[in-house]
Design a protein around this ligand. Structure first.
Ligand code: ADP
Ligand code: TRP
Length: 332
């Protein structure tokens, strides 16, 4: 039986972090065993917010190296750059006819970006979810492993697919956001405000490229307080965040022990953060070192991207053929 199809992308807008890892990459690695996977670097999308391309090439190669270091096997999955697959741009153009200005303006990420960059509200920013839908629909994917922040974009992709199918005949499956834990994940930042992110909150985000001392410093600076005074107190958000981070990288018994200490209460946040820092170091260091080694080998990475682009275009061109035919754009 044909394998089900999976697509996901990461923007090359900076160093990857634990949010990218647990929200997206960890799922990619598990999915590569059972699904037909297309994972790409969303370089066109990065131009909506990062028009300066001095660091682009470096970032693209780094994203690839870090994904391979995290466990992606280029033999099993198709890895490519979005801009190497022009069929995506054609599908984007066609989907734009099914996307309405009002719904695009209402998208949460659009409104956030307008607030963040009021002087550069470009059309690419507005149509970002349409391009993302084209990325997904071009391979007729069923599952899209992403973090919680992408939920609304996936809903829009389903709407565009539905509208297309309704108007021109059944062609696209309705893609679903995916996480092995059943729930989409939001990895919180260390300062208790918002999520880890490539470009905001840099000191409260743990990057896969951070060295051991920097990881320790960031974790030790995480926000805490003087601790609970009553048994079974309710837990403030920023302490819940620390527990969530701990549950991602530490042994279950370790997290459990600190939970019990919190309930008693006999917890010492300094000890908890020391433990968390060491477990983070143990988790991040091997990925960082492996990624650094892979990043050095540019000819390996270029070859991989060329082969990935070819494979991706094979699948994409089939979809484009069917799309043109469904719409009636076929004259010979
Ligand atoms: P960023 O938001 O850091 O710029 P991207 O937008 O390129 O990163 O996101 C790449 C993937 O990582 C997406 O699937 C996104 O949902 C996921 N992701 C990013 N930040 C987090 C986070 N803090 N928690 C969970 N998933 C995240
Ligand atoms: N919008 C996604 C993000 O900011 C990145 C992305 C672009 C993507 N195209 C995609 C994710 C297609 C999944 C599928 O994280």
């Amino acid at each position: 039986m044909a394998k089900e199809i999976v697509v996901s992308g990461i923007r090359p807008t900076g160093f990857l972090h634990l949010g990218n890892y647990f929200g997206a990459m960890r799922n990619y690695v598990r999915m590569q065993e059972e699904y037909e996977c297309y994972f790409f670097v969303a370089d066109w999308h990065s131009l909506t917010t990062h028009p300066d391309t001095k660091e682009l090439r470096n970032s693209v190669l780094r994203v690839l190296a870090e994904n391979i270091a995290a466990g992606l096997d280029p033999e099993k999955v198709c890895l490519y750059a979005q801009s190497d697959v022009p069929e995506i741009a054609e599908l984007f153009l066609l989907l734009n006819m099914l996307a309405y200005k009002g719904e695009l303006e209402k998208t949460t990420t659009f409104k956030d970006k307008v607030r963040l960059q009021p002087d550069n509200v470009n059309a690419g920013l507005l149509t970002y979810p349409v391009l993302m839908s084209a990325d997904i629909l071009i391979h007729r994917a069923k599952y899209v492993p992403v973090g919680k922040d992408q939920e609304q974009h996936l809903e829009m992709a389903r709407n565009f697919a539905q509208r297309f199918n309704h108007r021109y005949g059944e062609l696209f499956p309705e893609p679903q956001a995916f996480n092995f834990g059943n729930q989409l994940l939001k990895v919180p930042s260390l300062d208790g405000a918002g999520k880890m992110s490539k470009s905001e909150n840099q000191y409260a985000t743990l990057y896969l490229a951070d060295d051991d001392d920097l990881i320790r410093k960031k974790v030790m600076k995480a926000k805490t307080d003087s601790g609970p005074t009553e048994p079974n107190s309710s837990m403030p958000d920023y302490i819940q965040n620390l527990f969530q981070l701990m549950s991602l990288v530490s042994e279950d018994s370790t997290t459990q022990k600190f939970r019990e200490d919190f309930d008693k209460p006999s917890i010492r946040y300094g000890d908890m953060k020391k433990q968390l820092a060491e477990d983070m170091v143990k988790f991040i260091a091997p990925i960082r070192e492996k990624a650094n080694a892979i990043r050095q080998d540019e000819s390996f990475l270029s070859k991989l991207m060329k082969e990935g682009a070819e494979r991706s275009r094979e699948s994409a061109s089939k979809t484009i053929e069917l799309t043109r035919k469904a719409i009636g754009l076929k004259y010979f």
